[in-house]
Design a protein around this ligand. Structure first.
Ligand SMILES: Nc1ncnc2c1ncn2[C@@H]1O[C@H](COP(=O)(O)OP(=O)(O)OP(=O)(O)O)[C@@H](O)[C@H]1O
Length: 608
């Protein structure tokens, strides 16, 4: 049966309810009220400038300026401008109708005149944020239109307002906030100055507070790159980060299609504690500071950069989940990645020595990008460098040529060797070099992840730490060394060492190595070790968290020392000798500690 209830209509909002909502939920940060009112005043000033340029206003423009005044005794904060002002009708339209934005209307009306939208407002709610801190707000305003009468509007935050004629000589608007008891923290010049400097440092119209202009109205990102010198960029960097070292280089961003975005990103000299350096990119919307949390707008691997991004196309007053899904935000992300890739490629191409000199600093960004961003990898694979222990740099392709001859294994795979710690792994590096192998230096936090990505991306390349295996197994060739020991001797040898090993879980194996190789060698299987490194660097505790480091003890069947130990008749001496060479191997891997170390020293002294 069809229902008889059928009705269409529009929902009504009870305005009594709206103030508490604005006060509580519109912005989590109450200090935003000042940003909103100053932005409105800047808008009003920009509008009069534009109207003058369109020939719709032919009076004196005068010096356009926004003034913020604090009167502690009267408990008021006043924001004044000499912009367009409002007529009584405009107040009724723009102020009395909550959420009707005059800004949107202005842009709409003048869009044929190439209105590029230098107007900040668009929600039509900003003005009411004044009620987050004020119990009463007065507007005293006079429109630029000839013959307009000045008007005064007052509202105490209820739904009743008063509108009347008043005296005001000059064009423009004064917004007077009578601060509520619970917001008197804002009646403080330092607090106000702080808020103004935070949000208004780069507003396009001069902002005066306590007889000082607090802003730079023409920050460099609004200028044409071809009009700027290196000094300009460095000076601006100092303005943003007064105590930082000079940046390595920078990128000027400038797009207007399919979204609007300008900005300058700097590559800083990184300190080791790079975690602490995040949140150094500031996000602006038409020169109004919005936030320094740019997580979703800037690709993760570029969050270590410093600088400024300005885009009116990034939605501001919305939740993060919305931001992540926003099409523009995704495009902006892709654009920034591409620009950074292009810039790095350009420096690499035009100034390879300069690029190499900076690589130790920028390598982190590049490797991070390679790991986390497919598109960035496609560009970076041609300029990302590998540094070997002799301090020489190679691209991936160059390096393939360097090691092709000596480091291709019997299956036709290249094996790239690296060290994570030149000092600790010295003996392994030396043995590898003796064989004519090259050793890379990949010891930074990010490298275990980077190596993993390399192996996935590069065909027929395996990457192993110099101590991942004994020298012969590191890069397996067709030639197999013969063991000089019989099967019985091999078993006896293994048993002897199992007896002296203090760590009973150690894997002991007998292997035929070159005669001059050490009698005992301790190695860490690459895969497990790297997984553990990766986990440690990402701060996780999961799978391998509590597991001891796995290692392999290889006994060199062909070592004369091993033969000597096997031939020793005296069983006490035999064990002592075995223990001594075993401990030497432990020592060379920095694994000999505690009682084992004490006893080792004692034994060594006795032998001498
Ligand atoms: N100082 C001012 N001078 C002239 N007009 C003003 C001034 N302040 C506000 N207005 C008018 O009132 C309208 C509503 O302002 P409101 O701040 O509420 O919204 P908005 O600026 O359009 O958008 P947003 O919510 O993003 O700030 C403005 O669009 C503008 O037309």
């Amino acid at each position: 049966m069809e229902s008889v209830i059928q009705e269409k209509g529009s929902l009504s909002i009870h305005t009594e309810n709206i103030f508490p909502i604005i006060k509580k939920f519109l912005y989590s940060d109450h200090e935003i009220f000042l940003r909103e009112l100053v932005s409105n005043a800047v808008d009003a000033s920009q509008k009069i400038k534009k109207l003058a340029s369109y020939g719709e206003f032919d009076g004196e423009l005068g010096e356009l300026k926004v003034q913020v005044k604090l009167d502690k005794d009267a408990k008021t904060i006043t924001v004044s401008d000499n912009g367009v002002g409002m007529t009584a009708d405009e107040i009724k339209k723009y102020i009395n109708q909550i959420a009707f934005s005059g800004a949107t209307e202005f842009v709409e009306k003048y869009k044929d005149k190439g209105e590029n939208g230098n107007i900040i407002g668009n929600f039509g709610l900003g003005f009411y944020s004044a009620y987050m801190v004020a119990k009463n707000v007065e507007i005293i305003t006079k429109s630029f239109r000839e013959g307009s009468e000045a008007v005064r509007w007052v509202c105490d935050g209820s739904t009743e307002f008063e509108l009347s004629g008043t005296e005001k000589q000059s064009r423009g608007t004064d917004i007077i906030l009578h601060i509520a008891e619970d917001s008197e923290e804002f009646l403080d010049e330092f607090r106000l100055k702080g808020i103004l400097e935070k949000y208004g440092k780069f507003l396009p119209i001069s902002i005066e507070f306590e007889e000082k202009i607090i802003n730079n109205t023409e920050p460099i990102w609004t200028k044409n790159p071809s009009d700027l010198t290196d000094e300009d960029y460095l000076a601006f960097y100092k303005e943003l980060h007064p105590f930082s070292e000079d940046p390595l280089f920078w990128i000027h961003l400038n797009v207007d299609y399919p979204f609007n975005l300008t900005g300058v990103l700097y590559f800083p000299k990184l300190k080791n504690d790079f975690q602490g350096q995040k949140e150094k990119i500031q996000l602006y919307s038409r020169q109004v500071f919005i936030t320094d949390e740019v997580k979703d707008i800037v690709p993760d691997f570029l969050q270590l950069l410093h600088g400024v991004i300005d885009s009116p196309d990034i939605p501001l007053n919305v939740s993060r989940s919305y931001l992540q899904a926003d099409g523009n935000v995704k495009k902006i992300n892709g654009y920034i990645t591409r620009k950074v890739g292009d810039k790095l490629a350009e420096i690499f191409k035009n100034d390879r020595p300069g690029f190499e000199a900076k690589f130790d600093d920028i390598g982190l960004f590049i490797k991070y990008g390679i790991i986390s961003d497919e598109k960035f990898y496609d560009k970076a694979k041609d300029f990302c460098l590998l540094k070997n222990v002799d301090g020489k740099y190679f691209t991936f392709e160059e390096y393939k040529e360097v090691v092709k001859e000596n480091q291709t294994d019997k299956n036709g795979n290249q094996v790239w060797l690296y060290t994570t710690d030149e000092k600790k792994q010295d003996s392994f590096i030396i043995s590898s070099q003796k064989r004519g192998y090259d050793v890379l230096n990949l010891g930074s936090m990010i490298d275990s992840h980077f190596i993993n990505t390399l192996e996935q991306k590069l065909e027929k390349v395996n990457v192993k730490r110099v101590d991942a295996e004994t020298l012969d197994k590191l890069i397996e060739k067709d030639i197999q060394l013969e063991s000089i020991l019989s099967t019985e001797e091999t078993d006896a040898l293994k048993q002897l060492f199992e007896g002296v090993a203090s760590d009973k879980s150690a894997q002991i194996q007998v292997e035929a190595m070159p005669v001059d190789e050490l009698p005992v060698v301790i190695t860490f299987p690459e895969f497990m070790r790297r997984m553990m490194d990766m986990q440690a660097s990402s701060g996780q505790q999961a799978m391998f968290g509590n597991m001891p480091m796995m290692y392999t003890v290889s006994l060199n069947a062909n070592s004369p020392v091993i033969s000597k130990i096997l031939k020793t008749e005296d069983t006490t001496l035999k064990s002592a000798l075995a223990k001594q060479v075993y401990d030497l191997a432990m020592l060379s891997q920095g694994m000999l500690t505690g009682k084992d170390l004490t006893q080792f020293i004692q034994r060594s002294v006795e032998i001498i």
